[in-house]
Design a protein. Structure first.
Length: 286
């Protein structure tokens, strides 16, 4: 296992136990409990030897932290388009028909490690999605690569400090712009929309390319909201109108962009995912 951090002990008047001295010397061991876990896993060396809870520090010792050894696991073969990446986070493009995470083997989460570069930051972890997209939905998916970035990104979502934009193809006649506010599971929910283009359809009456701005993040929010105003999303088998559900093409809902302040660099990031080809076939001039 590789050494990922080292520390030269400060001289002590009286030798002190490592489990007392070592609290906080490594970022991943900020507490006594965390330090004890690292010692139990034999991840800490003192002058090249594995340390224990009975190891004493007098001063001048080299204290080293080793990386956790990962168990070998079968890899998911799934190529993901990486839209943005640095040592702390990444944005990937989620394909249709793949769940983000869960008990299945084939998930976006299980494919992240093979598609992203390994972070060299001290608290690096296996990359993890910090939000979800529905199984049939495509588009931008935000991923954390360090434990601190995951916590901070989750806080941005909770505080509604990440601006999300979606595109959908909605059925029926619509106002140029508007707001849907139907509660979802008893919770307040808000989605703003703006119609970008409309075409006449023999089967559906009208098809609209709609830009969507969800202000809250409820499950199936956009699908439920568009259905609630009488304009279900094309291809939505769950919330579509009987006889007007297009089959074989998937759901016409795409997570187009994310904008937020990077939790480490403080730079404003705007990451976009271009509309899928099936959208462009309907609206080639967009």
């Amino acid at each position: 296992m590789d050494v990922i951090a080292s520390h030269i002990a400060v001289e002590q008047k009286i030798p002190i136990r490592l489990q007392e001295y070592g609290v906080g010397i490594f970022e991943v061991c900020p507490t006594k409990s965390a330090l004890k876990k690292a010692l139990k896993k034999q991840l800490i060396l003192v002058n090249g030897r594995i340390a224990t809870t009975t190891t004493y520090i007098a001063g001048g010792e080299r204290i080293e932290l080793k990386a956790t050894e990962r168990k070998h696991k079968r890899q998911v073969v799934l190529a993901l388009k990486v839209l943005y990446e640095d040592a702390y986070l990444a944005v990937v493009e989620k394909p249709a028909g793949i769940i983000v995470s869960g008990n299945r083997f084939l998930t976006v989460a299980n494919a992240l490690e093979q598609n992203l570069q390994k972070s060299d930051v001290l608290d690096a972890v296996v990359p993890k999605p910090v939000h979800r997209l529905d199984y049939p939905t495509t588009g931008v998916l935000l991923v954390g690569k360090t434990s601190s970035a995951i916590i901070q990104l989750n806080q941005l979502f909770e505080n509604r400090q990440i601006q999300k934009v979606y595109y959908a193809v909605a059925i029926g006649k619509m106002d140029t712009k508007g707001r849907a506010e139907a509660p979802i599971n008893g919770k307040a929910s808000v989605s703003d929309y703006q119609v970008e283009q409309t075409l006449v359809s023999e089967r559906f009456g009208y098809l609209n390319l709609v830009k969507l701005y969800p202000k809250t993040g409820r499950r199936h929010q956009l699908r439920k909201h568009l259905a609630s105003i009488g304009n279900p999303i094309l291809g939505d088998a769950d919330y579509g109108k009987p006889g007007l559900v297009l089959t074989g093409k998937g759901l016409y809902l795409h997570a187009y962009s994310l904008q937020f302040v990077h939790p480490v660099t403080q730079a404003v990031l705007l990451v976009k995912s271009e509309l899928p080809k099936k959208f462009m076939k309907l609206f080639p001039m967009f």
